[in-house]
Each structure stands twice: as structure tokens, then as C-alpha cells.
Ligand binder design. Structure first.
Ligand code: OTU
Length: 653
């Protein structure tokens, strides 16, 4: 939008900088800057308008953008143009992701490059490497406590190794996802070190307080994120003789975005990794970016303004690069990270679908889809050109982040129900096949979350121990069923390393003093390449899981109805064990694939009439894409084996 005030500011800034930058090579940059500057100016003014130096700060920001554009190589600039043309590229069903720890998966970046054929074999074309920036060897929260934002952790390699990997990925048409930990730094970061040495400038990069008064006021409404290992939200720093805000672990210092210098630094860092070849940047803990006394200090309006600014700046320099919002928050809050009052994404194009993930685990435990069916509807519609990251497991815990109201609507008592789910997964109960571990137990409010690998939570560990063939089969069926949902739901499916082989819990973290207080390490095992070999031996657990997933991934990629154009309808069916939804082909706008899942470990049936009344499956037969079988629709009912799912198509796909 053109608007006089911001445009005159832009003209002033450009006049000042003109001598330094030739316009020709910056043509595209300046067109994009002109297009976004009204928004950048507006957002910047909303956040920092009260400051006298706002124009100087804005000039610094523009300078940082110019520098980043200058550093962006031609190949990446060409990619930006290509993506601009094919602007729906990331909604395609052809994307299938995989998240891994570089060290645990392949030792280092060179090792990872060598393992790309394995990922390709599975059908993966988007690789999320968990944080690999430099961090202390001891207190690092699995890489989420960064000590140098522009340097790869020497334990996994060098910046050049990353460039090589990025190159190799591009040649294979695979996308690279990197983390930028935007909310906090390690206490070993140069900024935190300077702050500790008394440098006022860098103390202002963080929330630091001489007295307890303000921290106490904050604490009244701030929840504890890691109540066991890091209670409270502030840590006393004896060097500074000040309290510093540490929402996560005490060595993770929260950055203060009320200081525009922090925002400008972080925009430059995001662009640095965009220029190193990241196709997508995962922004960690975005809900926490703005703190305000009297609030939970999550999902604040200003956090959204910051993300919009980051997006607007990224679009000027590297418009082909996307953002993932890591916001594990209530369903009504999460869609706001795509942006509000807009048609297309204006914050992050991609967001973790934690609600779906948690609901899937609820369905596995209850063996029905009551809550899943109810609560999935509480996720508001998302904007066009935005997409979900759908996942079953990730490196973090499983939090039961659905609403109490939905639980009650499903006929359960919310407190009892949550307790049941936690017990089912972490209580080592006789009746439960799951072998999880509790995480984040909060004695004060009874909260708890769940850790454990997919396979151990799905019952494989216990079944193998008891040598129970039927239970082994059911746990494998559960693993496949869960993936069948994330592969078809709409969004980018993100597999978690090791789940492709059914890796079990790794309890070795308990012997490590640095890790033993954080049970999430139970599901961050070292990749078992010896077991990976077994995928080639028919009948092994590894072969049953890997090859089934691989087959489903292949089918997903050729099923256009699985692209994410917000073309999904949840279908009400009266058998509570079943979850049903239809997916449409964007062009045909009619149901192309019906996804039907049985969460019970017993056979179930569905009256076809119910579907036919809604216009589905009215013909004589349908094809199950998942198996290739033709299903006769001549009976009244469709039958399901325990934990079976269908991907039924009856129109051209
Ligand atoms: C994120 O997590 C990371 O995924 C975690 O691995 C880090 O420990 C954490 O940030 C700090 O960097 O911020 O918006 O319940 O879900 O901490 C959600 C634990 C987050 C995680 C939560 C999360």
C-alpha cells in the first residue's frame, strides 16, 4: 500500500543510503521494499513509536535488509523468482518431511549428506535438522540454547559443511529446514556474556531487574514451562547482580523485543540462514516473544506484530523462504500465527498442528474418536496459502493441549479424562500397552505431559518384551494408522527420525547428569543403522513399518486431493470409534478421497447409508488407494478390521 507518511520516511532513508547502493542490482529489492514498507513502518511504529530514535532504528533495519540482499547468491535469487511464480508450491501433496537430530541421526553434517539416499528411499523431500548452531556442550537444551547464531556447532561440522549439504539437498530436490531460536539465547552467548560483565547495552537485550519487585509481578500470571527442572521464570545472576528472565531453563535468557536492536539482530540472523540455503526457517517458541505484566506472557498481540515484521522483512530479501511457527498453544490461538484479517499468510506460512497430534494420541488411548471429532472442529479455519505441519511425534513432549469444553462435550470429566490419558501412557499400567514417561509434572496444579517414542507409546516395546505376536501387530497397525492421518489430513506430514523403524525408548539419558532431569531425551535415540538394514528383510518389524510408510508416502504424492487447499470436510458418523473426513481436489471441488479410520483394536462397521445421505460413496464400488483393493459397496455396511483405515476414492483423483 502506498501511503504518504511511510513513503516519505522511506525516501529519506534511501536518500541517505543511495550513495552506498547502486539501484540497478537492487531493482527487485527496492520494488519489494516499496511494496512492504508501509507495513514495516506501521508495525515498527506500533512497537517502537514511543522512542525518539525510531527513524535511526528503522534506517538500521533497512541497512540490514540491504546487506542481506547483497549477500544472497544468484541461485537463491532465481529460486525466489521461481517460487514467486509457482506461489502455491508448498501446498503440494508432494512434500513429505522428516525431523532429525544431526548428531544422533548421522553423527555430523557430512554423515547426514551420506544418509540422504535412505531418506530418499522413504520418499522424504523436506529435512528438518534440529538446532545445529553453536551452543555450550553442557547446558544446551538439545541445541535450543544458542551461543553463536552464525556458526554451526563444531560437533556436527562447519558452515561450509552446511553449504555442501544444502547444495546436495537442492540437487535432490529436497528442502532444508533450519531452526532459529528467536525467543532466547544461551547465557554463554556473547550478548549475555557482555551483559554479565556489566555492559548496559547488552543488559537491555534481556529482561534484567535489580530487585524482585517486577519479577514478582510477572510471576503472578506466568505459568511455569519446565516446572520440574526449571521452576519459576527468573534467575538470579550473581555477576550482574540482577534477576534475568528465563522462561525455559535457567541458562536460556529471554530476549527483550521491546528493544528494537534485538529485533534487527534477529531479522539479520534469519536472513543469514536463508542465505545459507534454508528453504524454511522454524521459529522456535514464537508464542513467548512478548512479555507483559499481568498476562501469561504468551500469544500477546505484540508477538504477532514482531512475526509480521520478520515476515515482511524476509519477503523483501528472500521471498522464497517460508516460516514455521512453533507455537504449541490452544487451537484458537494457533491459527493466529498465520496472521489475522488477511487472505494469505502474513506471519508464518506453516504451523505445527499440535492439536491434531494430541487428539490422535487421545484416540489411541480411548480407542475411539469422540474427542478427536469434537475438538478438531474447534480449530478455526486457516488462511489461504498457509499449511499445517502434521506430526505424530516430535522431539518434544506430548501436551494434552485440547480444550476442557471439548472434553466435556465428548462426555468425559475433563480432570478425570486428562488423568486417564497421562496414566495410560506413563503409568506403566497393566491394561495399557504404552511405555511412556511423564514430563513436566507440576505438583502445584497437577499438570503433566508425556514423553516416549512413537513405538513405545504405541505398545511395541511391551509387546516385544512379552513376545506377543498379536500385540506386536497391533502396535505396528497403530503406528501406520497414525501416519495415515498425517499423510492425508492436509498439510506437510513431518515424520520423526526413528519412527520409520519403530525405535523404542532410549533410557540411557538417565545415566547422564545433564540429561536425566529432562525425560524428553527418552525419545531422542541414536539412529539404529543396524536396524535400518532389516527393512530389507521381509517380516521384520522394521520392514513392516518402513515399507508400509514408504508405500503410503508414494500414494500421497500422487493423490492431488491430499494437497492443502483447505479442502477438507470432517464427516459425522455415528460409530464413535471412527474418524472420517473427505478431501477434495482443488480443481474439481468435489470429494475425491474419503479417509476413514478405525481407532478401535476390535472390528467395527459403518452404515453406508450415513455416508450416502451426505453424497459420498453412492456408486457400486470404490477403490482403496491405500491397498489398491476395490471395495464393493453392495452391502449395507463397510467393515473395518481392528485399527484399519481406508483412503477411498470413487472419482478420478
Ligand atoms: C520449544 O518447545 C522446543 O521445541 C523445545 O525443545 C525447547 O526446549 C523449548 O522451545 C525452548 O527452546 O516453546 O511453543 O512443552 O513444547 O517448550 C512451545 C515443551 C515451546 C515444549 C515447549 C516448546
Amino acid at each position: 500500500m502506498y501511503e504518504q507518511i511511510s513513503h516519505s520516511v522511506l525516501n529519506d532513508i534511501l536518500d541517505e543510503l543511495k550513495a552506498e547502493y547502486q539501484h540497478d542490482e537492487f531493482q527487485h529489492f527496492f520494488i519489494r521494499l516499496g511494496a512492504n514498507f508501509y507495513a514495516i513502518h506501521d508495525l515498527f511504529s506500533q512497537l517502537y513509536g514511543h522512542r525518539e530514535d525510531i527513524k535511526a532504528q528503522l534506517t538500521k533495519l533497512v541497512k540490514a535488509l540491504i546487506a542481506a540482499y547483497q549477500a544472497r547468491n544468484n541461485d537463491l535469487k532465481q529460486l525466489d523468482f521461481a517460487r514467486e511464480k509457482d506461489h502455491n508450491w508448498f501446498l503440494s501433496q508432494s512434500l513429505v518431511g522428516y525431523a532429525l537430530y544431526c548428531k544422533e541421526f548421522a553423527n555430523d553434517l557430512t554423515g547426514l549428506r551420506k544418509q540422504l539416499p535412505y531418506l530418499e528411499e522413504l520418499g522424504i523431500n523436506l529435512v528438518h535438522i534440529m538446532p545445529i548452531l553453536d551452543c555450550p556442550t553442557t547446558e544446551n537444551d538439545g541445541g535450543y540454547a544458542v551461543s553463536d547464531y552464525q556458526k554451526i556447532n563444531p560437533q556436527v561440522g562447519t558452515n561450509d559443511d552446511l553449504s555442501d549439504l544444502s547444495e546436495a539437498l537442492k540437487q535432490k530436490n529436497m528442502l532444508l529446514v533450519l531452526d532459529v531460536v528467536v525467543n532466547h539465547t544461551s547465557n554463554q552467548h556473547a550478548w549475555a556474556q557482555a551483559a554479565q560483565q556489566g555492559d548496559k547495552k547488552y543488559q537491555d537485550y534481556y529482561y534484567t531487574f535489580e530487585k524482585r519487585e517486577i519479577p514478582d509481578q510477572y510471576e503472578q500470571s506466568m505459568p511455569e514451562i519446565f516446572p520440574e527442572q526449571a521452576p519459576g521464570n527468573f534467575t538470579w545472576n550473581p555477576e550482574m547482580e540482577k534477576w534475568v528472565m528465563t522462561v525455559f531453563n535457567d541458562y536460556q535468557w529471554d530476549l527483550n523485543y521491546q528493544n528494537p536492536a534485538v529485533l534487527i539482530e534477529m531479522v539479520s540472523i534469519i536472513l543469514f540462514w536463508a542465505n545459507m540455503g534454508a528453504d524454511i526457517v522454524r521459529l522456535d517458541a514464537v508464542a513467548f516473544l512478548w512479555k507483559k505484566i499481568g498476562t501469561q506472557c504468551q500469544n500477546e498481540h505484540e508477538a504477532h506484530l514482531i512475526l509480521q515484521l520478520m515476515k515482511d522483512c524476509c519477503q523483501v530479501v528472500a521471498p522464497g523462504v517460508l516460516f514455521i511457527a512453533e507455537a504449541i498453544v490452544a487451537p484458537v490461538e494457533v491459527t493466529k500465527y498465520f496472521g489475522e484479517d488477511a487472505i494469505n499468510a502474513k506471519e508464518c506460512e506453516i504451523a505445527y498442528n499440535a492439536t491434531l497430534m494430541a487428539l490422535l494420541w487421545d484416540s489411541v488411548a480411548t480407542k475411539n474418536a469422540k474427542l478427536l471429532n469434537n475438538a478438531i472442529k474447534s480449530i478455526p479455519d486457516k488462511l489461504e496459502r498457509t499449511t499445517w505441519l502434521n506430526y505424530v511425534r516430535c522431539h518434544d513432549d506430548i501436551g494434552l493441549g485440547f480444550e476442557d469444553a471439548s472434553i466435556a462435550e465428548s462426555g468425559y470429566d475433563p480432570v478425570m479424562h486428562r488423568k486417564f490419558i497421562i496414566d495410560y501412557y506413563t503409568g506403566n499400567q497393566e491394561y495399557s500397552p504404552a511405555r511412556g514417561v511423564a514430563f513436566g509434572v507440576n505438583e502445584k496444579n497437577g499438570d503433566a505431559r508425556i514423553a516416549g517414542t512413537l513405538a513405545s507409546l504405541a505398545g511395541l516395546e511391551k509387546a516385544l518384551e512379552q513376545n506377543d505376536t498379536q500385540a506386536i501387530g497391533q502396535s505396528i497397525d497403530t503406528i501406520i494408522l497414525l501416519h495415515s492421518v498425517i499423510l492425508s489430513f492436509g498439510g506437510i506430514p513431518l515424520l520423526y527420525y526413528g519412527d520409520d523403524l519403530g525405535l523404542l525408548n532410549d533410557r540411557s539419558y538417565l545415566d547422564d547428569d545433564l540429561k536425566k532431569h529432562d525425560s524428553r531425551w527418552v525419545h531422542r535415540p541414536t539412529m539404529r543403522w543396524d536396524l535400518a538394514e532389516k527393512r530389507n528383510t521381509i517380516g521384520t518389524t522394521q520392514s513392516r513399518i518402513f515399507n508400509h510408510l514408504k508405500a503410503l508416502i508414494t500414494i500421497r504424492k500422487t493423490t492431488r486431493a491430499f494437497a492443502d487447499y483447505n479442502t477438507r470436510t470432517i464427516i459425522d458418523v455415528d460409530n464413535p470409534h471412527l474418524f472420517a473426513f473427505s478431501r477434495f481436489d482443488r480443481l474439481k471441488r468435489r470429494a475425491s478421497v474419503l479417509v476413514l479410520c478405525n481407532f478401535d483394536n476390535k472390528p467395527q462397521t459403518l452404515q453406508l447409508q450415513q455416508l450416502q445421505e451426505q453424497g459420498y460413496l453412492t456408486g457400486h464400488h470404490a477403490k482403496d488407494l491405500a491397498t489398491g483393493n476395490t471395495i464393493a459397496l453392495t452391502d449395507d455396511c463397510l467393515s473395518f478390521k481392528p485399527l484399519q483405515f481406508y483412503w477411498l476414492t470413487y472419482a478420478s483423483v
